[in-house]
Ligand binder design. Structure first.
Ligand SMILES: N[C@@H](CCC(=O)N[C@@H](CS)C(=O)NCC(=O)O)C(=O)O
Length: 227
């Protein structure tokens, strides 16, 4: 690998951090270029969807977090272990679990995030809808998760990178929306699992960067509003 990898996005973004954990796990050198969600202009400095993250590798752009991590798999150093299991059935289950996290847990929570993190209005039935969806999504995830000790079994995989960012953000957002402990009550085994994940150096680094960026962005917003 010759050209530098540039990761565009924000350290407070879930999908950005899913990719960043994989970059750190692979030990691939990369630089971070901060771009707020929705701030990029296609085809200039942005992604086709306007979403973050995206990756620049030399003069090439790679878009969508799942496509990015599959690309990182392809370019990683041959001596670095894959973050997908070796067995094809296990690989499929790893991708399946990522889809559960993103389609059935993250997606229904988006209106709640807009409200609790960005101050947008949230209709009472939207919160109820999100809560019901998360309950069903967690049941689905737990039907197929191993947690012994990682989501897909003995090997730490991309599913764990996705699980950390999505499950911790859901917990946090639901607590802010008045439902503290919802995830732990519905899926008790996730508590120990998330503690194990928090100890992983790649995740500890991403979490420290997220907290630091979050404090900075909050202070900038307050200053802009004259508070
Ligand atoms: N499917 C996309 C989702 C990325 C995504 O939703 N990013 C959020 C930030 S976490 C974003 O850019 N939101 C701004 C927008 O939707 O305009 C991926 O996997 O990369």
């Amino acid at each position: 690998m010759t050209a530098t990898l540039g990761l565009f996005g924000s350290p407070i973004s879930t999908y950005y951090n899913k990719v960043k954990i994989a970059l750190l796990e692979f030990g691939l050198p990369f630089e971070e270029i901060e771009l707020a969600p929705g701030a990029g202009q296609w085809p200039g400095t942005g992604s086709p969807s306007g979403k973050i993250p995206f990756l620049r590798h030399g003069d090439q752009g790679i878009y969508e977090s799942q496509a990015i991590i599959e690309y990182l798999e392809d370019i990683r150093n041959a001596t670095t272990p894959s973050l997908f299991p070796a067995d094809p059935v296990d690989r499929a289950r790893c991708r399946e679990l990522i889809l559960y996290l993103e389609l059935y847990l993250d997606t229904p929570m988006r209106p709640v995030y807009q409200s609790v993190f960005w101050g947008k209005d949230l209709a009472a039935d939207s919160l109820q809808h999100a809560i019901e969806a998360v309950e069903a999504g967690l049941a689905l995830l737990m039907r197929r998760a191993s947690l012994d000790p990682w989501l897909c079994g003995t090997q730490f995989t991309h599913a764990d990178c996705a699980a950390w960012v999505h499950l911790t953000t859901i917990q946090w957002a639901l607590a802010l929306a008045g439902h503290k402990g919802f995830v732990q009550e519905r899926a008790a085994a996730l508590t120990d699992y998330l503690e194990r994940l928090a100890e992983r150096p790649s995740i500890a680094r991403v979490e420290a960067d997220r907290r630091e960026a979050s404090r900075r962005i909050k202070a900038e917003r307050a200053a802009a509003q004259g508070r």
